[in-house]
Design a protein around this ligand. Structure first.
Ligand SMILES: Nc1ncnc2c1ncn2[C@@H]1O[C@H](COP(=O)(O)OP(=O)(O)OP(=O)(O)O)[C@@H](O)[C@H]1O
Ligand SMILES: [Mg+2]
Length: 406
């Protein structure tokens, strides 16, 4: 309930204010997956932390260090370990009077190759340098030139994390950065930590780039239920004492273990459980709430994902859901079948369908987002065709589509 101080306030903010002052959460950050937890909350990754530190650690004395590639499925602590080690490198170098710049770049948020040097430049550019990294008006090469000059003048070493590196449209930044010292662009040591959750990205990488990483690759294994239980238990002081009933953490951990050992899923579910308790005015969270809240949270996430897509992508997904439901023994559908179902839906919604070619593109984009999956099939002399399947529960998709279709 809002307290006296809120009376007369704008009711629009009642719910968010209540959610922030409550009997459930004591320290909400601990269940926020963007929050980087302190060292003592990182569970079961000591070996990986040591390995990465070992590769890039010489930077703290300004000596040449290696670059590394980190692979592993989503939610296995790759970004966490990289951020943690980078923080410690910077602090230790500082303590030793060595100036090491660190920059963390998420490549999924950068659209062209110029963004990478520009963002690194902006992160490490000291205010007194007088150099600018403007949003536009200079070439990619010029961004690199400015970056090299900042590094040469102000730093004894640099460590750059390129997270979700597979999302770069081309891997030129990877190549340029990893070879900058060798090519004489900079005269300080540079280490790159490149991270991907696509294990096959390794095979897509250009040989020269791979070799500049010296084939130093680490694969982070998914967490098992025991590790997840420990990670989650360590976050349980996000809640006030006594809020989480016995059995909740093991149940959440078991579910996250099933979802290929994804710690993020587990932490998100704890957060959703807390919000659910607040909304329903419960004092405690019980084991029975876990599967129910998980289903609700998954549906909510899917709804956000789907309603954020272009209109015709939504019709294509609606079509795949309808096909999947009416052909329960199949699951995979040829492009032509998806097209027919799509046109039928367009007709029902009185919208003009887009071209076949465009639907093919939309299917490609949907599979990139991992909402659907596509595969190429061969059929003897008849040649090849593509098939598509829905990666999400069709009933839930159908319901979302029914309620929100444009
Ligand atoms: N060993 C761990 N101890 C404590 N918390 C962890 C651990 N591993 C991961 N987490 C937490 O789980 C969430 C996901 O971890 P992280 O972002 O590092 O995953 P990732 O491997 O980078 O996944 P993605 O491939 O999706 O980017 C984060 O909130 C992180 O703090
Ligand atoms: Mg990550």
């Amino acid at each position: 309930m809002p307290d006296a101080g809120d009376q007369g306030g704008d009711p629009l903010f009642d719910a968010p204010v209540v959610e922030h002052r409550n009997e459930i959460f004591k320290n909400r950050d601990l269940v926020d997956t963007d929050h980087v937890p302190d060292a003592d909350r990182i569970i079961g990754r000591d070996e990986q932390i040591e390995q990465v530190a070992h590769e890039i650690g010489a930077l703290v004395v300004g000596e040449p260090a290696s670059s590394v590639l980190i692979f592993g499925k989503t939610g296995t602590g790759k970004s966490l370990v990289a951020k943690h080690v980078m923080g410690r490198v910077e602090a230790e170098a500082d303590r030793r009077g060595v100036s090491v710049g660190t920059a963390y770049i998420n490549c999924s948020q950068t659209d062209g190759p110029a963004r990478v040097p520009r963002n690194i430049g902006r992160r490490i550019n000291p205010p007194e340098s007088g150099v600018k990294f403007p949003s536009r008006g200079i070439s990619t090469d010029e961004y690199y030139e400015r970056l090299w000059s900042i590094l040469n003048q102000h730093y004894d070493g640099v460590a750059i994390t390129l997270d979700e590196v597979d999302r770069l449209r081309d891997d030129s930044p990877l190549m340029i950065l990893s070879r900058a010292r060798e090519n004489g662009s900079i005269d300080i040591p540079i280490s790159i930590v490149a991270i991907s959750n696509k294990i096959d990205y390794r095979n897509q990488m250009n040989e020269r780039t791979k070799s500049s990483f010296g084939h130093r690759e680490y694969v982070f294994d998914p967490y098992d239920a025991n590790q997840l239980r420990e990670i989650l238990r360590n976050r349980s002081d996000a809640f006030h004492e006594g809020v989480i009933e016995e059995g909740v953490i093991p149940r959440v951990a078991a579910l996250a273990a099933k979802e290929h050992g994804d710690a993020r899923k587990g932490i998100e579910l704890l957060f959703s459980l807390g919000k659910y308790a607040i909304r329903n005015d419960y004092d405690t969270i019980s084991e029975e709430d876990v599967p129910k809240v998980r289903e609700m949270a998954e549906a909510e996430r899917l709804r956000d994902l789907i309603t954020g897509l272009p209109a015709h992508s939504q019709h294509v997904i609606g079509a795949l859901a309808a096909l999947t439901i009416s052909n329960s023994d199949e699951g995979w559908f040829r492009t032509s079948k998806v097209l027919d179902a799509y046109k039928k839906l367009c007709n029902e919604h009185a919208v003009d369908p887009v071209t076949h070619e465009r639907v093919r593109q939309l299917l490609e984009e949907l599979s990139f987002l991992e909402i659907t999956e596509s595969r190429n099939q061969h059929q003897g002399s008849k040649g090849q065709f593509n098939e598509h399947t829905l990666n999400k529960p069709p009933e839930i998709i159908k319901q979302i589509y029914r309620e929100t279709a444009p």
